[in-house]
Design a binder for this molecule. Structure first.
Ligand code: UGA
Length: 442
């Protein structure tokens, strides 16, 4: 296209889109965030975020104030204005199934293509089943006017919740799937200021770009379930899963990251992505290639059951007990409770007859929407007051820093289950606590 990029639109202003829009403004572009939800648009225009992400509200306000970032429901306005359009709408798991729901991606792409009135590049960022980009390329060609030249590229996103801004402004790699060298050049221009001399730039075809994304998440999920499968063994025969992870992690071919055993992975990405990948390969007649991911999923879900069983054993039965659950977001620095292991464990304990009081620094409100019957309190001490058992399910710093002194006088019985393996067993046991961790033999 050989043009200078000035205007960027981001279609979909959820977690990914809002972050991407703010970061594109930070990189110096004029940005329009587009969404079908007027309430969301109004809130974002005021700099209010419907989710918790460190640094993002400040960045949005900065650029709403600078005039470089605007939010709108007007797709047509975006179509006649932007040079590059990022598609960042959600691809959740379909209701009652395991496939990715592409309704929003298809609708947004078609609506966008119909409104484009100047040459443009449409860039997919959503996580999609392999084959989607090529299908959307045809859709864009069908729906856009013959008077304009519109092409498509695929640029998967690897940002982590809690680190979304830094992951977008300083990505550890960029993966660009295109059909034409010119389109790649446009994206080089867009990302120029986010790249260091060493940032890997991987230029490839649509299919590889789509697969890189799901392969990365499948690998991370597999790593977590690998260590959690070993924690089933150390629990049974004796041993310490943390030491085992440290020891194998020193091998740089393996690496220590994502080997933290505990109550397993959750969130809006890893669980749904491994299920959608299995479903997609099965559609392609390749079920056998990804059957191990079913095992990864099962190992992960077994950890939740194990946490409940261990709590039950520690208490000698759940009915009539008072349990404090610390942490119900799927990980720290987030208020996201989607597929959260901690929230699932809290609900199972409640369903089995325990009186459960939950405290999470950011997640109480979202958790209460999902499971209103659980009790929610605003501090760790309130949750632990008169508890027969404290269960640590999300490793917020506040919980990692806990010492027996903090809780000795608060609880009814000195009993703690560390389901994230972040506390020191020696310290708690020395203080007289009945203490257990997932992955440890007692
Ligand atoms: C994940 C990927 O890490 C991102 O690279 C990707 O862009 C994102 O999904 C996505 O597809 O959008 P995220 O869902 O934010 O990011 O969370 P992670 O940091 O990957 O953690 C996932 C889960 O694994 C959490 O529940 C966490 O507690 C758990 N986990 C992580 C462990 O149980 N053990 C570990 O060692 C590491």
């Amino acid at each position: 296209m050989g043009r200078v990029i000035k205007n960027i639109s981001v279609i979909g202003t959820g977690y990914l889109g809002a972050t991407h829009a703010a970061c594109m403004a930070e990189l110096g572009f004029d940005v329009l965030g587009v969404d079908v939800d007027p309430e969301k648009i109004e809130a974002l225009s005021r700099g209010d975020l419907p989710f918790h992400e460190p640094g993002l509200p400040e960045l949005i306000r900065k650029h709403v104030d600078s005039g470089r970032l605007r939010f709108t429901t007007d797709m047509e306005g975006a179509g006649s204005w932007a040079d590059v359009h990022f598609i960042a709408v959600g691809t959740p798991q379909v209701a009652g199934g395991t496939a990715a729901d592409l309704t929003a991606v298809d609708a947004a792409t078609a609506a966008l293509a119909r409104s484009i009135t100047k040459d443009a590049l449409v860039v997919g960022k959503s996580t999609v089943p392999v084959g989607t980009a090529r299908r959307l390329q045809r859709l864009v060609a069908e729906e856009s006017s013959d008077d304009v030249e519109v092409s498509l590229a695929w640029n998967p996103e690897f940002l982590r919740e809690g680190f979304a801004v830094q992951d977008t402004l300083r990505p550890d790699r960029l993966v660009i799937g295109t059909d034409a060298a010119d389109d790649e050049q446009v994206l080089r221009e867009v990302y120029a200021d986010a790249l260091t001399q060493d940032t890997p730039w991987i230029s490839t075809d649509f299919e590889t770009a789509e697969l890189v994304k799901v392969a990365a998440n499948a690998f991370l999920a597999t790593k977590i379930s690998f260590i959690n499968a070993f924690s089933e063994v150390t629990e049974a025969v004796g041993g310490d899963i943390r030491t085992l992870a440290d020891a194998i992690g020193h091998d740089t071919r393996i690496g220590r990251k994502f080997l933290n055993a505990g109550v397993g992975f959750g969130g809006g990405c890893l669980p749904k992505d491994i299920r959608a990948l299995q479903t997609r390969v099965s559609e392609l007649g390749l079920d056998h290639s990804m059957t191990f991911l079913n095992e990864v999923d099962q190992i992960n879900l077994r950890r939740r059951e194990r946490a409940v069983t261990l709590a039950e054993q520690m208490l000698g039965g759940l009915p009539g007990t008072r349990i404090a659950v610390l942490g119900v977001t799927f990980k720290p620095l987030s208020d996201d409770v989607r597929d959260s292991p901690g929230l699932d464990v809290a609900n199972r304990l409640y369903t089995a007859g325990a009186d459960v009081l939950v405290y999470d620094p950011e997640g109480n409100e979202n958790a209460a929407k999902r499971f209103p019957r659980l009790g929610y309190v605003d501090s760790l001490r309130e949750a632990a007051a008169d508890a027969d058992l404290v269960v640590l399910t999300t490793e917020w710093n506040e919980f990692k820093a806990l010492t027996p002194d903090d809780l000795d006088e608060v609880v009814a019985v000195q009993r703690l289950l560390d389901a994230r393996n972040v506390l020191s067993a020696d310290q708690w046991q020395a203080a007289g606590w009945q203490f257990a961790q997932l992955g440890r033999y007692y």
